[in-house]
Ligand binder design. Structure first.
Ligand code: GUN
Length: 294
């Protein structure tokens, strides 16, 4: 039976570690890390995510600023606001919560963020530095997965890692990170996606499977070999009559049957999801300590 990778626990541990460090920074009269977030409009899910980020900052002793802008904000206005944050020495790092209203070009906004403050790791310079194995801010989900592999002492060197999904925020960066000459890393990586033929031929050969395609219970037991390490990045909310809330969260992995064959597996919820906030806080601490750019 698989070891369950407890992302909630690891995220709490990381947040406790950061809280201790912030306290010692405060005692020495150093600068308290300060994260800002820009939220444009009032998308329900975005409100929840940003709220959780601000709450986490308070809990660990960071300063935080939430900048709410109306749905009608123009691209120009948003870029002006970003310029202010870029030039504000009090703000160590910030995020522009995505998605943005349709009239705003997301890529343009991502590129307006000063890479020194890009704690989301979305700027092309951050992505390029990641690919070159230079100091940078890693995007939240990939950074969280790397932390899980590290803290569970999962051997990656020389292993065959198969990634399903090539999104800019998960699949593509994970394929880069797992192939890097680093620990965790040093995998032989296969990046699969919607055009991949005979996917099962690849998944059956995987020592480590990172599943990030966004299809509930897609990966089944017949697709994996015994002893596989499974990282499930999927999160799909489906109606259910078995829960009080009337819905249930599903990962991309048919959990019970795959867990029976796996050596390690992340559950949904409670696996990769809770790690994203820890990643953002780690990046903000790095920004405030000028660990990435000196
Ligand atoms: N929307 C969903 N996830 C994220 C994230 O990690 N960062 C930002 N800025 N927006 C998001």
């Amino acid at each position: 039976m698989a070891t369950i990778i407890d992302g909630k626990l690891i995220s709490e541990q990381i947040q406790n570690e950061i809280a201790i460090e912030v306290q010692s920074i405060a005692e020495q009269g150093g600068k308290i890390p300060h994260l800002a977030a820009i939220l444009v409009g009032s998308d329900g899910a975005s409100e929840t995510y940003v709220g959780a980020k601000v709450k986490a900052c308070e809990k660990i002793g960071f300063e935080s600023t939430l900048i709410r802008l109306p749905e009608s904000t123009t691209e120009e206005d948003l870029i002006r606001k970003i310029g202010e944050l870029n030039n504000d020495p009090g703000i160590d790092g910030y995020i522009v919560q995505l998605p943005l209203p349709k009239h705003i070009n997301e890529q343009k906004i991502i590129e307006a963020v000063d890479p020194k403050k890009d704690v989301d790791g979305f700027h092309p310079q951050s992505v390029g530095r990641m690919a070159l194995n230079l100091p940078t801010y890693l995007p939240a989900t990939p950074y969280g997965i790397i932390q899980l592999l590290e803290r569970y002492n999962i051997e990656t060197s020389g292993k065959h890692c198969v990634v399903i999904g090539r999104s800019n925020i998960v699949g593509s960066p994970m394929s880069i990170l797992m192939a890097r000459n680093a620990a965790p890393g040093n995998c032989t990586v296969t990046l699969t996606h919607s055009r991949t033929k005979n996917l099962k031929e690849f998944t059956l050969k995987a020592d480590i499977l990172i599943v990030a395609l966004g299809k509930a219970e897609f990966l089944t037991a017949d697709m994996v070999k015994d002893g596989v390490v499974v990282i499930d990045v999927g999160i799909t909310r489906l109606p259910s009559d078995k829960t009080k809330s009337g819905y249930k969260l599903f990962g991309d992995v048919k959990y019970d049957e795959v867990a029976a064959k796996a050596s390690f597996i992340t559950p949904v919820p409670g696996g990769v999801g809770p790690m994203t906030i820890a990643s953002l806080l780690m990046n903000t601490l790095k920004a405030s300590k000028k660990e990435v750019y000196r």
